[in-house]
Structures are given as C-alpha cells and as structure tokens.
Write a protein that binds this ligand. Structure first.
Ligand SMILES: NC(=O)c1ccc[n+]([C@@H]2O[C@H](COP(=O)([O-])OP(=O)(O)OC[C@H]3O[C@@H](n4cnc5c(N)ncnc54)[C@H](OP(=O)(O)O)[C@@H]3O)[C@@H](O)[C@H]2O)c1
Length: 239
C-alpha cells in the first residue's frame, strides 16, 4: 500500500464547518494531513487528525489569534485553503453598503488576513501551498452577481499578484474556480424553482472541488498548478 500523500502534513481550511470547506477538510484529512478547520460555528477542540477553531475570518485579531495558536501548537502549515465565503444575487441598486462591505469582508478580506498571517512563515521555510477557492464568478459576469463578482474578481487579482510575489520562494499558489456546486449556499436562491439557473441535481458536488484541491496540493515540487476551473458538464441524458 502506498503511504498517504499528505502524511505528517498540516493543513488549515477556512469555512470548513459545511459545504465545500468541510469536504476539502475531509479529503486532506483522508490523505493523511492534520487539518485545522476554521469557522464561526465550530467549537474549539481537537482529535489526533483534526483541530477545530472558532474563528470569524473578517476579524483581524481573531485570525491572528487562530493562526498564532496553530503556529505555537502544531507548527507552520503546509497548506492553507481560503474557502470561507458568502453569496447573494442582487442588482447594484438593491445592495446596501453594509451588504456589499460584508461580501468583500468575508470573501476577500478574510482570505487576505489568513494568507497575510501565514505566508511569511511559508516563505521562511521555503515551501508551502496557498489554495484559494474562487468561482466561475472570478472571471465571468452573471446577472446580479455584483458584490460576489467584485469579491471573487478581487480574489483572482490577489492570487495573481501572490503568484508573482512568491515566485522562486518555493511557495505555490492555486486558484480553484468552480461553477455551481450543490451546497447550502444555494438554499436562499432556490435555483430549481427559477428559469435560467443550473438545477441542483446538475451542479457539481463539494467532493468534486475537494478532489481538485487534493490534486493541486499533491503534485511533485516541480509542478505548480496555478489554476483549475471546474464546470458542470452540459449534458442531456438520452431516453
Ligand atoms: N456553492 C457554489 O456554487 C460555489 C461555487 C463556486 C465557489 N464557491 C465558493 O466556495 C466557498 C464555500 O462555499 P459553499 O458553497 O461551501 O458555502 P456554504 O455551504 O454556505 O459554506 C460557507 C462556509 O463559510 C463559512 N463562513 C462564512 N462566513 C464566515 C466567516 N465570517 N468566518 C469564517 N467562516 C465563515 C461558513 O461557516 P460558519 O457559518 O460556521 O462561519 C461555512 O463553513 C465560498 O468561497 C464560495 O464562494 C461556491
């Protein structure tokens, strides 16, 4: 039997209480990593293979506290996955300033704060992997995705600059941009009842995104997976 590809490794996943983050954490754990899961609804606790930390990624002090605890108790992570996010569909005139600020805070500033706290340690060690969960909305405009696209295009910008700034440091960065994935994120939209939306049965599964993350972080050092785009197959079954 071949050894687990991430055995002895340490991963940190934000927004890992449900949906894609939960699946990513599970896949990394199954591959042998000790996984630190961050989310607001998790209770602090640990097992041999997992540490849970309650953390709001929009709060700079809370992020510094959580990352400081990981560094002190478990060491420098090998992998961080910026996944925490929120989604809503509203035209610009329907969005309050507070709603817009919240979308940027969770989807963009959260990734900035976590990456900022960890990257110096990865650079110092000369190895590590920063994975960002973007979206098809980080490169395609959809009606009403004003705030979401602003945050996700922003994530793409930050990812591309990180790629430049971290070149030759040994730290790799990957942007994973999925189309619609069937998670609770879609509950308020209820796409099955609306024309023009991908139906939930046809969406990707959280496990599909987790498999892409696992692929990116298990490649040999010579291979830098800079970006992965995932879309549901457009397919009408016969009969
Ligand atoms: N579902 C899709 O169709 C889709 C497609 C492309 C990309 N994505 C992206 O994938 C990521 C995960 O989405 P999902 O579908 O899994 O959504 P989800 O089921 O709603 O899960 C969102 C996760 O983010 C966490 N979170 C939200 N605000 C947070 C905060 N302030 N601090 C810490 N954690 C926070 C939530 O945990 P708590 O509530 O416990 O804090 C939860 O674990 C997001 O970045 C999303 O934009 C999703």
């Amino acid at each position: 039997m071949s050894p687990a590809p991430l055995a002895g490794g340490l991963a940190l996943v934000t927004g890992a209480s449900r949906g894609i983050g939960l699946a990513v954490a599970g896949a990394l754990e199954a591959a042998g990593a000790h996984v630190v899961r961050l989310a607001r609804s998790l209770a602090d606790g640990a097992t041999e293979t997992r540490t849970d930390l309650r953390c709001d990624v929009t709060d700079p002090a809370a992020v510094d506290r959580a990352v400081g605890r990981v560094l002190a108790e478990r060491g420098v992570p090998d992998i961080i996955v910026n996944n925490a996010g929120l989604f809503f569909i509203k035209r610009i005139e329907e969005i309050s300033p507070a709603e817009f600020a919240r979308a940027i805070a969770v989807n963009l500033t959260g990734a900035f704060l976590v990456t900022r706290a960890v990257v110096p340690h990865l650079v110092q060690r000369g190895a590590g992997h920063v994975v960002t969960i973007g979206s098809v909305s980080d490169h395609v405009a959809y009606p009403g995705s004003t705030a979401y696209a602003a945050s996700k295009f922003g994530l793409r910008g930050m990812h591309e600059v990180l790629q430049v700034d971290l070149a030759r440091t040994g730290v790799r960065v990957t942007l994973i941009s999925p189309g619609p994935v069937d998670t609770e994120m879609w509950d308020p939209v209820d796409p099955d009842s609306k024309p023009g939306f991908t139906k939930r049965k046809a969406m990707l599964r959280a496990e599909d995104v987790a498999a892409a993350v696992l692929y990116a972080v298990t490649q040999p050092p010579r291979l830098d997976v800079t970006e992965i785009r995932l879309m549901p197959t457009i397919y009408t079954p016969r009969g």
